[in-house]
Design a protein around this ligand. Structure first.
Ligand code: UDP
Length: 237
């Protein structure tokens, strides 16, 4: 079997970890995603993960109510640390060695991010979970995913979403929206396709990193796509 990508960065949004709940972490879902990571790792793929925080907090929620955006973003970044610890717990339960590296140092809780440390953990076969986004307000964890993918030398950025790829419109709202198999980074930007923010797509484009958009809710889909099957939209040069 030919494996399409040997070193990948997986973006797991907070919404994905929430499962069917309206808020927080559904441990069963976190366990399932950990299982999918385990399966993909068994193919010999090196995997690192960026987790979002939207299931707990988004900075704009503070800003939209007249509060300070920067403080809101700090709260959002802290939320990603909670999710990262949950995912590490799910991975550890099934015997996967995983480490959380935070862009905002909190040494009593997890290790701090540096590229060198991240690469060493990856070389040792650990799943590296990046928390704290980029460590800066006014960014998103999608941008953090593109940034960490570049820093790790990832050959693909897998973006787990609610649906199985990029559509011409939101398929949940527009039933006859069409799904794309392949797009270029420029097409995603020019068509204004809302799959990742502009900063994230531009960073991936600049570093020639393909973005694979797939359904995070489809059990086993991550490894099916890595092995050449499954359903996804591939965004590449
Ligand atoms: N955030 C930030 N800088 C970053 C990444 C995230 O300030 O580099 C904050 C921002 O407030 C964001 C929140 O953390 O709303 C949660 O991240 P995001 O919305 O990207 O999570 P997701 O939508 O993937 O769950």
């Amino acid at each position: 079997m030919t494996i399409r990508f040997k070193r990948v960065l997986l973006k797991v949004s907070g919404e994905a970890l929430m499962g069917g709940q309206g808020f927080g972490i559904d441990v069963a879902v976190a366990d399932r995603i950990a299982g999918d990571i385990h399966e993909a790792k068994a193919l010999g793929v090196e995997i690192s993960v960026v987790v979002g925080g939207g299931n707990i907090f988004r900075g704009v929620a503070v800003a939209s109510k007249g509060g300070d955006r920067v403080t809101g973003d700090h709260m959002g970044m802290l939320a990603t640390v909670i999710n990262a610890l949950a995912l590490r717990t799910s991975l550890t339960k099934i015997g996967i060695d995983a480490v959380v590296l935070s862009a905002i140092p909190m040494p009593e809780i997890c290790e701090s991010f540096s590229q060198l440390v991240a690469l060493k953990h990856a070389e040792a076969g650990r799943v590296v979970i990046f928390a704290g986004g980029t460590g800066n307000p006014f960014f998103t964890t999608d941008s953090a995913a593109a940034l960490r993918a570049a820093e790790m030398g990832a050959t693909a950025l897998f973006k787990g979403t609610q649906v199985d790829g990029i559509y011409s419109a939101d398929p949940k709202l527009v039933p006859d929206a069409t799904r794309f198999d392949r797009l270029t980074h420029d097409e995603v930007l020019n068509k204004g396709l809302a799959v990742m923010d502009v900063t994230a797509v531009a960073l991936a484009r600049e570093n020639h990193i393909p973005i694979v958009v797939f359904s995070i809710h489809e059990k086993g889909e991550f490894s099916r796509i890595l092995s050449g099957g499954g359903r996804s939209t591939i965004v590449s040069d």
